[in-house]
Write a protein that binds this ligand. Structure first.
Ligand code: GRF
Length: 195
């Protein structure tokens, strides 16, 4: 069974959906730790409730990115991480970590990549741009993380219709609901491809 380490900065609803999929037997994996940059993130409470180890790491508290990356790597090795799962993690993953875990870092993004991805496209900005662009379809994407922001190979997508009455907020809710179904399923499929 593979060990997942989840990275989350926010409410952690995707993190929760992964915890639930594991306990429902839909995802064959274990979560050995949560990394967050914020100690008051809701994701951190969720980890405590699920009895999952948490490490708060903030690059700003280190003298250099190198020192931060080294500390992070020590923690990930301690947790025997096989795969890193980014679930609303708002900080950059250091290059050293991306290279060490090459092909073994997944992210979920709230749009149909390559549309509405890249710098500046995070959180509500994504949904606002989708509405402003008068798109009729949006959705979410699970992809492998590479050195280029939001550009790694796509492994799964789910679509949602955008109606004329949708606002960025209502669209965000619809997309998030799909994310909760898509991410655990995509992780399960992805794990089957690993040795
Ligand atoms: C999700 O919309 C995800 O696509 C994006 O960040 C958000 C995280 O939400 N990467 P949550 O913390 O899982 O509720």
């Amino acid at each position: 069974m593979k060990n997942l380490v989840v990275f989350a900065s926010g409410s952690g609803s995707n993190f929760q959906s992964i915890i639930d999929a594991i306990s429902d037997g839909d995802l064959n994996a274990r979560i050995t730790g949560l990394v967050s940059n914020k100690e008051n993130a809701f994701a951190v409470n969720k980890a405590a409730i699920a009895n999952i180890d948490v490490r708060i790491l903030n690059e700003n508290n280190f003298d250099s990115e190198n020192e931060y990356a080294s500390e992070l790597l020590i923690q990930l090795k301690e947790w025997n991480a096989d795969v890193l799962i980014l679930a609303g993690y708002l900080k950059k993953i250091p290059l050293q970590i991306i290279q060490y875990f090459e092909g073994r870092i997944l992210n979920i993004h709230p749009s149909l990549l390559p549309k509405f991805g890249g710098k500046g496209f995070y959180g509500m900005n994504v949904h606002k741009a989708v509405i402003e662009n008068k798109e009729t379809v949006s959705g979410c994407t699970v992809h492998i993380v590479t050195e280029e922001y939001d550009e790694g190979p796509v492994i799964a997508q789910a679509k949602v219709g955008v109606s004329v009455s949708d606002t960025a907020e209502s669209l965000a809710k619809k997309v998030l609901k799909e994310e909760h179904k898509l991410y655990p399923k995509a992780i399960q499929q992805y794990l089957k491809t690993l040795k």
